[in-house]
Design a protein around this ligand. Structure first.
Ligand SMILES: C[S@@+](CC[C@H](N)C(=O)[O-])C[C@H]1O[C@@H](n2cnc3c(N)ncnc32)[C@H](O)[C@@H]1O
Length: 317
């Protein structure tokens, strides 16, 4: 019998044996409706990220989970240079489409987008600056997609090491995740959601899977109804208005995504294990300093790759 909880909706297999949960195209098709449109989604945190990136002298960013391109586009529009990768060609298709439509803008013309899996990131066909990128970002609760079938975080450690290898010494990784402590402790995701907040979300059902008493997987079943989009909703990269068909009730989409629920402490230890105990590390809850928001929906970690001076004359690569 098929285990309907454990099994993700899509059985597509990505390049390195990790299921591409987006391979059936269901989530990709309604992703902009799910996030409420690229522009609206980034309104709430554009300043937060752009200020932090500017404060750290960041110029060239690698977005390792660009999906349909939402955060990459926000950064391009704010004068950063961006290179983007993602494992799912179905998601990337949207990003490529927008890149093509905006190719006359210099920033978009230079926007490099390639398929790339975190477990073999160096095989992605991207130009890595000689010293490495100023920043790597992995946002939108993407990292939690990486399964931990062995229960020892082997995949997670390899992916974080690969992110670190893409950074120049002194560069910074931005990585986020849902508040899995709250989900595991209550069985439900916090209601408030700064990333995914559109009128089109009908419901999100949460299941928690334990294997031998270990919190192993969270499965979220999404129902998204594009017909609920407000009249001024514009999907970036969409057809000109004349050709656009208004979504109807029949367009309701159901998709399932699964996540590896790492608690805040575990996630912090994972990062420190790779970047070093002494690496500078900061955490934000819903884009505010930790402790200011009660039960945040998301945590964003910033962790800096140490320079040779930081590690007392030992060269970092
Ligand atoms: C929740 S979506 C978020 C996309 C985008 N950052 C956003 O916020 O809209 C997660 C993305 O992570 C990508 N992803 C999942 N596992 C991956 C892996 N092992 N390597 C590269 N990308 C992966 C998926 O293909 C998907 O596009």
């Amino acid at each position: 019998m098929v285990d309907s909880v454990y099994r993700t909706r899509s059985l597509g297999i990505g390049v390195s044996g990790i299921p591409d949960q987006y391979a059936d195209g269901k989530a990709a098709k309604v992703w902009q409706h799910y996030i409420g449109g690229h522009k609206k989604r980034t309104e709430s945190y554009r300043e937060f990220f752009c200020n932090l990136l500017n404060d750290n002298g960041v110029k060239h960013i690698l977005d390792v989970a660009c999906g349909t391109g939402v955060d990459s586009i926000m950064l391009l529009e704010n004068n950063f240079r961006v290179t983007s990768t993602d494992a799912s060609d179905k998601m990337l298709k949207q990003a490529w489409k927008i890149r093509w439509q905006r190719r006359k803008e210099q920033a978009f013309d230079k926007w490099e987008i390639e398929e790339g899996n975190w477990l073999s990131l160096k095989d992605a066909n991207i130009d890595v600056p000689p010293q490495g990128f100023d920043a790597v970002i992995c946002l939108g609760n993407s990292f939690a997609h990486l399964p931990d079938f062995q229960g020892d975080l082997t995949n997670q450690k390899l992916a974080i090491q690969n992110f670190k290898d893409m950074l120049k010494p002194g560069g910074v990784l931005f990585i986020d995740h849902r508040n899995y402590d709250a989900i595991l402790d209550t069985g439900k995701a916090p209601q408030r959601n700064l990333y995914y907040n559109s009128d089109c979300i009908e419901s999100i059902k949460t299941s928690v899977l334990y294997v031998d008493g270990r919190e192993s997987m969270i499965t979220l079943d999404y129902t998204v109804d594009p017909s609920k989009a407000s009249d001024d909703f514009t999907e970036e990269g969409e057809e000109p208005a004349a050709k656009k068909r208004k979504s109807t009730e029949g367009d309701i989409s159901k998709f399932r995504l699964s996540y590896c629920p790492l608690r805040l402490r575990t996630f912090t230890n994972l990062l420190k294990g790779i970047f070093g105990e002494a690496a500078r590390h900061e955490v934000f809850g819903d884009f505010e300093p930790l402790g200011q928001v009660e039960c945040p929906a998301y945590y964003v970690h910033m962790i800096w790759k140490q320079t040779s001076e930081d590690v007392n004359g030992v060269e970092e690569h």
